[in-house]
Design a protein. Sequence first.
Length: 338
Amino acid sequence: MGMRIFVGGLPPTATKDDVVRLFRQFGADEAGVVLPRDRRTRRRKGFAYVELADPERARAAIALFADFAIDGKALTVCAAEDRPLKRRRNLAVALTMCAAGIGMFSTARADELSTDIGLTLNPVLGGIHESFNDSTHVPPVPIPLIEARSRYGPFEVDLDGLPPIASIPSYNVIQGHTSTVLSLFEGVVRVWDPLHRFSAGIGQTLYNQSTHYADAVEVAGSGETQFSRVTGVTYQAGYGAPFRHGRFEAVFNYAPVMLGTQFTIYDVARYHSRFDPEQAEQIDTAVRYTRAVGSRSDMILGLRYVNYTARYNEVHGGLSDRNVGLLPVIGYRTRLGH
């Protein structure tokens, strides 16, 4: 049995084809899209209903488009029966699993609960960014990541976040002047073996990116801005062991299928906005060494490798975005509570 979703906040010019392109990667087609009109004026009401055959893919669409904006106006995407205000926000598959895991482990002692929070700087070394027609080197910008970790018995929740705090400018001959704003959320729930050496986990990764091309050649020298949101399930394997006066840890994260949409608007009003569904995969692996500094804090040193590739669904699998980089990690974290 399928699932019907509500899509509110659409611009008045949105057509059925626009809505289909927006949700096609989740199984939408023209027959399953309804754009209601006002009975008196015959104008579209600014919302749509989309029938999706697979409920799981429908829920993935709801998670992906939470807080997604078109022309500065936020979309409302939820199950049809929850319209218009009761939008379900899926922060991550990992958080749901965390609640279930903690409930299962309710016999653990309260003094086993510990929480850390920290900040790491991750400069990109030798980073390469590729798009459908160009390849550039990423400047060694020290990317700040906020980290939080909570452990209860063998269960552990790891959260990483990059807020959209700054725009990164760049220039090359093909793309001209560009500026990019990136935000990231990663949440993983993992379970350790009794010796706390090996772990397995599952979670969610979410990217938001906007890039402004001031000299876009596609529209005769006018600018354009591309907004992209991609999300998917991440699988993790880990290893940890005491080392000297600290602890060594290694993790391997793999997100085999990440779904998203690239939304493009142009500085010149006569050019229509466009939607381009994407599919991506990512490998993210890291080794780290943490050493105690005092009784409640740790210093963090490490190395991280990221390989992210996204392709357009409808342009013969053409390359949308590829980012590869090696990131040294240096940071500090402190334990909360008693």
